[in-house]
Write a protein that binds this ligand. Structure first.
Ligand code: SF4
Length: 688
C-alpha cells in the first residue's frame, strides 16, 4: 500500500488537482480534513475550466469515501459467496489461471477489455503491452463503441481527425452532440464564441436547451444522419456553393460524388430524415455561406448502422466548403504523441483478433479486437475458443448491446476477472474482483484541446494514498512479474513508466509538474496541406476511397436503403424508435448511481415521450409501461417531454432498473467499424 503524500497530513488542507473522472480534465481544489478528501470545488484560476466542475466532480469526495467502494481483492467461492484475498494471493491465483488457460487453449483464449471509467487512462497502454507479451491479440477498449469511428472516417477521408475551432467560427454545427451534457470545456468555448457572434446550428432528434437557442435546429429521425448529409451535399453541389478552387486542387472523387448525390434531393432526404426539404436547403446554404464554420459530430452519429459513412459524408461537407485546416474550421492538430508501448510482434500473426476478420479496417486503424463480437465469439468458439475475460473499468452487462447474450457468454467462461471501483453488475458475475484505485491515488497525464491551436499536456498528481488498492500500474506490473514478464516492464514505478512515454515529446513528469496549466505540445498552423498535402494515399481529400473499395465497402458515402429500412425504421410491430446512449451530467455511463448526491439528481429511469404520441396510444404521464423490442422487454415509467417529437422516445442508458441493452441487438453493427446501432432501436410500448 502506498503511503499518503505528506501534504495531506495537516488537519485541514487544500490541494489543487485535475479531475480525471472524464476527458474534460477540469481543475479542482480538494479540501482534506484529517487526511481524507472532504470537499471538492472548481479552481477559479484553472485555465482549462475556470471555476467549473460538474456534479460528478462535486461528488469526488463522496465517491472516494463511499463505503461501497471496493477495498480488497475478492474471489467467488463454489457456494457463490465472496472470499477476501490478500493482493499477493489474488495476483498469484490470477497469474496461475491465465497460464493454465494459455497452456490448454493458447494465449488467444484470453481477452482483455479496458473501459473508460474507474481506471486511469494512460495505463491502458501497459495493459495492451501485457496482452502482447502474453501473446493474445484480444485486447479491446471503449474504442469498440466510442470515438474510433469518428477518427477512422475523418482520417480515411482527409488524413486527420479534426478539432473544431469554436472560438473563431462564423458558424458552429453540433451534429448529434450536446456538450452541455458531455463536454463542459467545449461548452465554455461555444458560449464565448456565441457572445462574439457565432451562429449555431444543432442537428439532433432532441430539442434540448442548446437546440432551442440555435439559429437553426434540424430535428432528424435518429439514425438518419447519412441521409441528411447526402441531402446537404446535393444542395451544396447543385447550387455550386462549394469552394471550387479547393475541390479542383485538393479532392479526389468529386465528380463521382456529384453523380451519386444527384438523386438526394431535399425532398428525398425529408422522406428519410423527417427534416422538411426547405430546412435541408436552408441548412446547406447557411453552412456553405458561413465560412469559417466547424461541424462537431458526436457519439450519436457513430452509434448507428450507417454511422461510419455518415461521418465520412460530414467530413466531405467540411472539405468541399473549404473549412479544412483553417482558423474557425476543422483544424488539423496533432494527437498527443506518447511513446508507444505496443509489442505486436510478440503476438502470433496467424491468431487474428476477435472481429479482425469481420471488421478488418477497424482492426487496421485501432489495432484492437472488436468487443461487440466478444460474446458471439465466446458462444460460437469462432474463430477459436475464448475461455477467460478480464474487464477493467467497464460494465458490459449494462453498456454493451444484447446483455442477454453477454450474460450467457460470460457464464460459459472458465475465468472472468473484473477490476473496478465498485461492485458492478458485471463484477457480480466474476470469479475474481479486484479493487481499482481512484484517480486521486494515481499519477496520470491529461491532454486538452480547449486552447484553440494550442494542444496541451499536463500532469495530474497523486494526492491521496491508495487505501488498500494497488494503482493500476502496480496491479499490471505485479501480474506481469508473477508471470515471468519482468524484462518487458523494466520501469520501477508508474512515474518512470510515464517518463518513458513522454520521451517522444522531449518532456518528463517533473517538467510537467512545473506547469499546472500544461505544456503546449502542438502549435497549430493553418493549411499545412498546401506544403505537404493531406495524409491520405493520394495526398488529397479522398471523397472516393480506394481503400474502402479494396475492402469491399462503398468507396463513396452511400446509403444502403434496404439495410436501413429493415433495421431502424418503425414498422407495424415496432412503431416507435428508441434512442439511447446520450450522457447525463450526474452519471458516467452506468457509473455513480450508487452515490446519493448524484442519485438525487436523477433518482429513477424514465422513458421520455411526446405527450401527443402517448395520448394516441392511450398512455398518460407517469404510466408504468413495458418497452418491447425484438430482443427483449423492459419495464419503465413514462415521462412527457416536448423535446421529442413523433415516433421518437428516449431512455438514458446505464440503469440496472431499466437496462436499455436488453432491447438492443448485437447483430446490428456498422459494417465498417462494428459499432452498435443503439441510437435507433425499433420498439413497441404496452401499458403494464
Ligand atoms: S466534467 Fe465533471 S467529471 Fe469531467 S473532468 Fe470535469 S468535473 Fe470531472
Amino acid at each position: 500500500m502506498n503511503s499518503r503524500p505528506s501534504c495531506c497530513s495537516n488537519p485541514v488542507s487544500v490541494i489543487p488537482a485535475v479531475c480525471m473522472l472524464c476527458g474534460s480534465h477540469c481543475g479542482i481544489n480538494v479540501t482534506f480534513a484529517n487526511g481524507v478528501p472532504a470537499k471538492v470545488e472548481g479552481r477559479a484560476d484553472h485555465p482549462l475550466s475556470p471555476g467549473y466542475i460538474c456534479p460528478k466532480g462535486q461528488a469526488i469526495a463522496e465517491i472516494y469515501n463511499s463505503k461501497e467502494r471496493l477495498q480488497v481483492p475478492l474471489q467467488k467461492t463454489t457456494e457463490g459467496d465472496w472470499k477476501q484475498l490478500s493482493w499477493a494471493e489474488a495476483i498469484g491465483i490470477w497469474a496461475d489461471r491465465l497460464q493454465a488457460i494459455k497452456k490448454q487453449y493458447g494465449a488467444e483464449a484470453v481477452a482483455v477489455h479496458v473501459g473508460q471509467a474507474g481506471v486511469g487512462k494512460q495505463f491502458t497502454s501497459y495493459v495492451e503491452r501485457f496482452c502482447h507479451v502474453f501473446g493474445t491479440p484480444n485486447f479491446s477498449t471503449s474504442e469498440s463503441h466510442c470515438h474510433q469511428s469518428r477518427v477512422m472516417a475523418s482520417r480515411m477521408t482527409c488524413g486527420f481527425h479534426p478539432q473544431p475551432d469554436f472560438m473563431s467560427a462564423g458558424l458552429i454545427v453540433l451534429w448529434g452532440r450536446n456538450p452541455r451534457q458531455s463536454s463542459p470545456e467545449a461548452m465554455q468555448l461555444i458560449k464565448q464564441a456565441r457572445l462574439k457572434g457565432a451562429k449555431l446550428m444543432v442537428i439532433d432528434p432532441r430539442a434540448h436547451g442548446l437546440a432551442r437557442q440555435a439559429d437553426l435546429h434540424l430535428q432528424l429521425r435518429p439514425g438518419s444522419d447519412l441521409a441528411l448529409a447526402l441531402g446537404l451535399l446535393h444542395v451544396i453541389i447543385k447550387e455550386q456553393l462549394y469552394d471550387q478552387d479547393f475541390v479542383a486542387r485538393w479532392t479526389k472523387g468529386f465528380v463521382e460524388l456529384a453523380a451519386a448525390v444527384d438523386k438526394w434531393s431535399p425532398e428525398k432526404a425529408e422522406q428519410l430524415t423527417g427534416v422538411k426539404a426547405d430546412a435541408v436547403r436552408q441548412a446547406a446554404r447557411i453552412y456553405a455561406r458561413s465560412t469559417p464554420a466547424c461541424i462537431t459530430p458526436g457519439n450519436a452519429v457513430e452509434l448507428n448502422i450507417e454511422g461510419f459513412q455518415a461521418l465520412r459524408a460530414i467530413t466531405i461537407i467540411q472539405a468541399i466548403c473549404g473549412n479544412l485546416d483553417i482558423r474557425g474550421g476543422a483544424m488539423a492538430t496533432r494527437h498527443l504523441p506518447l511513446t508507444s508501448l505496443a509489442l505486436k510482434e510478440k503476438v502470433p500473426v496467424l491468431k487474428k483478433a476477435v472481429g479482425q476478420e469481420e471488421y478488418p479496417l477497424f482492426f487496421k486503424h485501432s489495432g484492437q479486437a472488436q468487443a461487440n463480437l466478444l460474446a458471439e465469439a465466446i458462444l460460437s468458439e469462432h474463430p477459436y475458443p475464448i475461455k477467460a475475460v478480464v474487464i477493467a473499468g467497464s460494465n458490459p452487462l449494462l453498456t454493451w448491446p444484447n446483455v442477454g447474450k453477454i450474460k450467457e457468454a460470460f457464464s460459459k467462461l472458465e475465468l472472468l476477472v473484473v477490476i473496478d471501483n465498485f461492485m458492478t453488475e458485471t463484477a457480480l458475475k466474476a470469479d475474481m474482483v479486484l479493487p481499482a484505485a481512484l484517480f486521486l491515488a494515481e499519477t496520470e497525464i491529461w491532454e486538452n484541446s480547449c486552447f484553440p491551436g494550442e494542444n496541451r499536456v499536463g500532469a495530474a498528481g497523486k494526492i491521496v494514498g491508495n487505501r488498500a488498492c494497488l494503482t493500476n500500474w502496480d496491479l499490471w506490473k505485479q501480474l506481469a512479474e508473477e508471470m515471468g514478464y519482468k524484462e518487458y516492464f523494466p520501469w520501477e514505478s508508474e512515474e518512470k513508466a510515464l517518463d518513458f512515454r513522454l520521451k517522444a515529446l522531449g518532456l518528463s513528469l517533473s517538467r510537467l509538474r512545473q506547469y499546472p496549466e500544461g505544456v503546449v505540445y502542438d502549435h497549430w498552423q493553418e493549411k499545412k496541406y498546401e506544403k505537404q498535402g493531406f495524409a491520405t494515399p493520394s495526398g488529397k481529400v479522398e471523397i472516393y476511397s480506394e481503400e474502402l473499395e479494396a475492402y469491399g465497402y462503398s468507396p463513396l458515402p452511400a446509403y444502403d436503403e434496404n439495410e436501413e429500412n429493415q433495421n431502424s425504421y418503425p414498422d407495424e410491430d415496432y412503431p416507435l424508435l428508441l434512442s439511447s446512449g446520450a450522457r447525463s451530467m450526474a452519471f458516467l455511463h452506468s457509473r455513480y448511481r450508487n452515490i446519493p448526491s448524484l442519485r438525487r439528481l436523477s433518482p429513477a429511469p424514465w422513458l421520455e415521450i411526446n405527450p401527443s404520441t402517448a395520448a394516441a396510444m392511450g398512455l398518460n404521464d407517469g404510466d408504468q409501461v413495458f418497452l418491447e423490442s425484438s430482443q427483449g422487454r423492459v419495464a419503465v415509467r413514462l415521462k412527457f417531454t416536448e423535446e421529442l417529437s413523433g415516433q421518437v422516445v428516449y431512455l438514458l442508458h446505464g440503469w440496472r432498473e431499466a437496462n436499455v441493452n436488453i432491447l438492443s441487438d448485437d447483430r446490428l453493427l456498422d459494417p465498417v467499424t462494428g459499432f452498435p446501432a443503439c441510437r435507433a432501436i425499433r420498439i413497441n410500448i404496452r401499458k403494464k
